[in-house]
Design a protein around this ligand. Structure first.
Ligand SMILES: C[S@@+](CC[C@H](N)C(=O)[O-])C[C@H]1O[C@@H](n2cnc3c(N)ncnc32)[C@H](O)[C@@H]1O
Length: 282
């Protein structure tokens, strides 16, 4: 039977199967899973449409298909993703970094000029810390998380991307952040209201770490903690920049204003959604 499955036939079958299981981009996911297995890029896959699959390849692919059809995220199956065009390892201990979060990098890069001390709160895979250290060799980054397993992944990612000497990783609770002062504090904290968790898509709800998602009753717990500590954490003139969930920007601006922060601004993502709120300690 093995010789009857060519790359093209397998892709068609898998895409249809994924579609029936509610997978968002069935053909693309089928291609990425098979290309990775055969150690080809997608163009390589297209050039090999008539290539028959060996029995061991079919067995390994079937296992991947089973996982994705069970709605496990593609990035966990491949154990890697990209953020800011940098390769990152991901495991179920870390949130899969989202393209939306690149807006926080863009906004952060506009702010401190010259050397800066930077704190990344809830670093997860290390996405923000690594992107900032990669873009700004003069910045010294401290990256904290409550999860030791996440910190291990982040530290490995920092080494892979050649920025390990410029990032210190530490286990810390965002309710009691260490050190400072910093010229810049960034955070993409957990911000989903707990009542909304059950309604998330299965890829997120059933596979991503709850610690990375749950933000308290209204989703704003982490922003309250950050606003409360901002005066102590930031240098005079230092910036606090956070990613926010849909419809949270106004509440976060209010929290920042009530904490005495100034020059409050909001940045929208490509879809026009308020995605980043920033403010300054003067
Ligand atoms: C939404 S994820 C963001 C991960 C990464 N910064 C990114 O943007 O992809 C939030 C992170 O905050 C961490 N976290 C949750 N509660 C925390 C707490 N109380 N103290 C420190 N980190 C926490 C989680 O472990 C998770 O890695």
């Amino acid at each position: 039977m093995a010789e009857s499955w060519t790359v093209l036939k397998l892709l068609r079958w898998t895409a249809e199967y994924f579609a029936g299981r509610g997978v968002d981009s069935p053909r693309l996911d089928a291609e990425l899973l098979l290309a990775d297995l055969l150690q080809l890029d997608r163009v390589g896959l297209y050039l090999n449409f008539e290539r028959p699959l060996q029995a061991d390849e079919l067995g390994a692919f079937r296992e991947r298909v089973r996982r994705r059809a069970g709605r496990e995220p593609l990035a966990y199956i491949l154990a890697r993703t990209e953020f800011w065009s940098l390769p990152l390892k991901v495991t179920p201990a870390v949130l899969i970094p989202r393209p939306d979060t690149e807006l926080l990098v863009e906004e952060a890069l506009k702010r401190p000029s010259g050397p800066a001390r930077v704190l990344d709160v809830g670093t997860g895979s290390g996405a923000l810390a690594i992107a900032l250290a990669h873009e700004r060799p003069a910045w010294r980054v401290t990256a904290v998380d409550l999860s030791p397993a996440a910190l291990a992944v982040a530290a490995e990612n920092a080494r892979t991307n050649g920025v390990a000497e410029r990032i210190d990783f530490a286990e810390a609770d965002l309710a009691a952040l260490p050190g400072g002062p910093y010229e810049l504090v960034v955070a993409n904290p957990p911000y989903i209201p707990v009542a909304d968790l059950a309604g998330l898509m299965p890829e997120v709800r059933d596979f991503e770490p709850r610690l990375a998602l749950a933000g308290g009753v209204d989703g704003l717990d982490a922003y309250r903690a950050l606003a409360r500590q901002a005066g102590r954490l930031l240098t005079p003139g230092g910036w606090l920049l956070v990613e926010v969930g849909i419809d949270q920007a106004a509440a976060v601006r209010e929290l920042f204003a009530a904490a005495g922060l100034a020059e409050i601004f909001t940045a929208r993502d490509l879809a026009g959604i308020e995605r980043v709120v920033g403010a300054r300690h003067l």
